[in-house]
Ligand binder design. Structure first.
Ligand SMILES: [Ca+2]
Length: 277
């Protein structure tokens, strides 16, 4: 360390610098609550959504999978879960309860669809807390989870909104007013079928319905929290807000099902669903 740097640490000089800095810090701290109140709520960036669900919400459902499955069928997982794609391939085990963990191994090719496992939810504002792990058994492991309402017309298969975690990216997607809106889907499909670029207005609209950002998957267990609050959907991992996106579809009044769409392998544990009144 140079003589000059060491000299800046003498008490006299710290006192000289410290006093105005201390006043500034005091001023900032005293103003902070006013600034937060002025914005009307906790800022999303510092909000812990698991704490929000647990303190303000009502638990609708919880499962820690400490049992054996009763078979490969629609209701084989038990506790109210349904595997929508199970009966397409009854000879294949796509959901295995093993050591208190739900181990999903989708027969996507044989069933012609990613494993779709869902449970009743039913809220406007609220969300899910769960643990997940990519076990590293397949190269293309990804996890899509979100909300479905098949009772509202105009939405293909009732797909409302999802988060999707892939190897290098994650996405928050409003499908209700995006790609699964029947009018949009009808207009978009011919371009997809012919592998042609979308009209610029449609492409611009769909861009507003999805948030995508880099994220790197690993093979550790993680706590995941997915919430919808008014027209915002937020994803947190291990207590940190990772992504948030606003779009009108997230405000759908009834998220009837909580759903997993799993194309290959994912392990799941300690799922809870919460409604915030
Ligand atoms: Ca468990």
């Amino acid at each position: 360390m140079s003589q000059g740097l060491r000299r800046t640490k003498t008490p006299r000089q710290e006192g000289e610098i410290g006093q105005p800095m201390g006043m500034l810090r005091l001023l900032t701290l005293s103003l902070l609550p006013c600034l937060l109140v002025a914005h009307g709520a906790e800022p999303a960036s510092s909000q812990n959504d698991a704490a929000w669900l647990r303190s303000k919400g009502r638990q609708l459902f919880a499962d820690s999978f400490e049992r054996e499955e009763s078979g490969n069928g629609l209701k084989g997982i038990g506790n109210g879960w349904e595997s929508a794609t199970a009966d397409r391939v009854p000879q294949l085990k796509q959901a295995d309860l093993d050591g208190g963990i739900l181990k999903v191994n989708s027969a996507s090719k044989e069933a012609g669809h990613a494993a779709h496992i869902h449970h009743d939810a039913g809220f406007r504002d609220g969300g899910a807390i769960l643990k997940f792990r990519f076990p590293g058994l397949h190269r293309d492991e990804s996890l899509q989870l979100g909300f479905v309402d098949r009772a509202t017309p105009g939405i293909h298969a009732g797909h409302l909104c999802y988060a999707r975690l892939e190897a290098r990216n994650l996405h928050l997607m409003d499908w209700k007013t995006g790609v699964m809106n029947l009018d949009i889907r009808k207009r978009r499909q011919p371009y997809l079928d012919q592998r042609k670029p979308l009209p610029t207005d449609l492409e611009a609209l769909l861009k507003t319905k999805q948030l995508s950002q880099p994220w790197k998957a690993d093979q550790q267990w993680h706590e995941l929290v997915l919430v919808c609050k008014a027209d915002e959907m937020r994803l947190s991992l291990d207590g940190k807000l990772i992504a948030s996106h606003r779009s009108e579809g997230y405000a759908h009044p009834n998220k009837r099902w909580f759903s997993f769409l799993i194309p290959s392998t994912v392990w799941i544990d300690e799922v809870s669903l919460w409604q915030v009144p």
